[in-house]
Design a protein around this ligand. Structure first.
Ligand code: SF4
Ligand code: SF4
Length: 82
């Protein structure tokens, strides 16, 4: 999963782009729910939030490093395919 750092300027552009509705407003800036973020695996070739973020504040979440297979498995679970 990816995460949003405190460099986020709350520009609102990433939230509607997430195919998994993993992004929401946190207490001070936007946050990504790790259990919903597939790094866009299953939906797109590249993370959509990273593509649109103007300040490049969306790295890999070091507490949630996942393989492509694990991300695909999460994608299938979220869609109820498994
Ligand atoms: Fe959503 Fe994709 Fe960004 Fe994860 S990488 S938060 S799934 S847009
Ligand atoms: Fe924050 Fe980047 Fe999302 Fe804008 S696109 S709300 S700066 S994480």
């Amino acid at each position: 999963a990816l995460m949003i750092t405190d460099e986020c300027i709350n520009c609102d552009v990433c939230e509607p782009e997430c195919p998994n509705e993993a992004i929401s407003m946190g207490e001070e800036y936007y946050v990504i729910a790790p259990d919903k973020c597939t790094e866009c695996v299953g939906h797109f070739d590249a993370p959509q939030c990273v593509q649109v973020c103007p300040v490049e504040c969306i790295p890999i979440n070091p507490a949630h490093v996942e393989t492509r297979d694990e991300l695909m498995s999460k994608y299938r679970k979220l869609l109820g395919l498994d």
